[in-house]
Design a protein around this ligand. Structure first.
Ligand code: CA
Ligand code: CA
Ligand code: CA
Length: 472
């Protein structure tokens, strides 16, 4: 939970000015400064800020905005490129962190190399309206807020006047360049941060299974809840992926298996759990190729109910957990958007069903867009209710059509507003729970909790445990 960022900023500035009063002009003791604050710089501009002790920081903003190709995606990737210099040239060892400004969740962390550069990629949902780029160099902290709307690249050159303190005194037990305080694995030099992809809410992935014929657009033939955690090293590259897959609907006559393609090679630990949550099968193996990892066995053996009929209540399916340790760190951009290349094989037809934007015919056409320009797979960046059997996604989600007809420019969060009489009640969130969850986003939770007391807190806790138990 995070306090309103303005309140936090005021508190930090107040604390900072107290410390400054004590430290007078001792530059090395300057704990941090804020540059830009709530105001955002515009692409193509150079911003200069100055600390009370006279340290000047000049930031050149060459961010890139524009539309990505529309592939029915509900998340976007944004490349990060930060260069840090001082009067002596490139500054290595500066920690660059990108967080969601509301939730404070880490989206990226990396340390500048010998060229003063840190780079990587973040994935954002429509809920990540603003991200905060924090650069910690020596004893100083530079913070910049960036609006993610239509953003493709965050490119910042940060020039610090004078010579920055090397920060040698900072504790770093595993010597990976990330201070113990910022290191999610302070005793493991191979990794230093954990990123939820695309967010802690996980995703619901829904497939149509009639490929190559157009589907009936109920997006309930094979539905799986997915949660991902990525471990990044100090260079901001992906070294491990942990994922959980729970089979939650099967509105189909066909049988399917679920598979994952990843680049590179590495160790795969895979556990399949039965309906009682006991390990049914475990495989731990090194693979020279991470293509075609079977994530879930035949769909008729992983879900007892279809979870697509009116009057049915939700019954849990089997789930599996996967931990991949790459032999070589992978650039986040090489993975693409979560859930990456996750696909079903339809046993009855022998066909695979992938997301669009990955496989193309010789003439350049997308193999996984049908003749109507419609996909066979959708990912929704939260727990989500799929349409009942024989209902369509356009009927069940009134803003869906506006979204795809505008090529993703309007109603990007269409999946939040359903016609509840047409969707299966997987998420049964009461008004109170919705209010509490909204409160987490804007700070009113503090007041909500005071009003609700301990009972409200416990209700919230159990609600989240039950629904987000998927989260790792
Ligand atoms: Ca460390
Ligand atoms: Ca570490
Ligand atoms: Ca169906």
């Amino acid at each position: 939970m995070r306090i309103n960022s303005q309140v936090l900023a005021i508190a930090i500035m107040a604390a900072g000015s107290l410390i400054l009063t004590d430290c007078k002009k001792d530059k090395d003791a300057l704990p941090f400064f804020l540059l830009g604050g709530e105001e955002q710089s515009a692409p193509g501009t150079t911003t200069t800020g100055e600390t009370s002790s006279g340290t000047t920081v000049t930031t050149t903003n060459t961010d890139v905005t524009g539309d990505e190709d529309f592939e029915f995606q509900t998340t976007e990737t944004i490349d990060i490129n930060v260069d840090v210099t001082d009067d002596n040239g490139p500054v290595s060892g500066a920690t660059v962190t990108v967080t969601d400004s509301d939730s404070d969740d880490t989206l990226y962390q990396g340390v500048t190399d010998e060229n003063g550069n840190a780079n990587g990629t973040i994935e954002v949902t429509p809920d990540n309206e603003t991200v905060t780029v924090t650069i910690e160099v020596g004893d100083e902290t530079i913070e910049q807020e960036v609006n993610t709307d239509n953003l493709q690249e965050i490119n910042r050159e940060v020039a610090v006047e004078g010579t920055v303190n090397s920060g040698d005194s900072v504790a770093d037990a595993d010597a990976d360049g990330v201070s113990d305080e910022n290191d999610a694995y302070p005793d493991d030099a191979t990794r230093s941060s954990v990123v939820k992809a695309p967010s802690g809410d996980g995703q619901v992935i829904a497939y149509e299974d009639l490929y190559p014929s157009p589907g009936d657009a109920d997006f309930n033939d094979y539905v799986v809840k997915v949660n991902h955690e990525l471990d990044l090293n100090s260079a901001g590259k992906v070294v491990r992926i942990r994922a959980r897959y729970e089979h939650i609907a099967r509105g189909a006559g066909y049988k399917h298996t679920l598979h994952l393609n990843l680049p590179g090679s590495g160790n795969v630990n895979h556990k399949l759990y039965d309906y009682q949550g006991r390990v049914e099968k475990e495989i731990d193996e090194h693979r020279a190729s991470l293509q075609d990892i079977e994530v879930m066995p035949e769909s008729n053996r992983t879900l007892g109910h279809k979870n697509t009929a009116k009057g049915q209540s939700f019954k849990e399916g089997k789930y599996s957990e996967l931990e991949i340790t790459f032999d070589q760190p992978i650039a986040r951009s090489d993975l693409g958007r979560a859930p990456f290349d996750l696909f079903i094989k339809v046993i009855n037809t022998g066909k695979e069903v992938h997301f669009p934007g990955m496989y193309f015919a010789a003439d350049g056409s997308d193999l996984y867009m049908d003749s109507n320009g419609f996909p066979w797979a959708l990912s929704i960046p939260k727990a989500w209710n799929w349409p009942y059997e024989r209902e369509t996604i356009s009927g069940a989600y009134p803003d869906f059509e506006t979204w795809y007809l505008s090529m993703g420019q309007q109603k990007a969060d269409w999946y939040k507003r359903s016609n509840d009489s047409l969707t299966f009640p997987y998420v049964t969130e009461g008004a109170l729970a919705a209010y509490i969850r909204a409160g987490f986003k804007n700070g009113t939770i503090l007041w909500a909790l005071l009003a609700l007391g301990v009972a409200g807190l416990m209700a919230l806790y159990f609600y989240r445990e039950k629904r987000q138990g998927a989260g790792q």
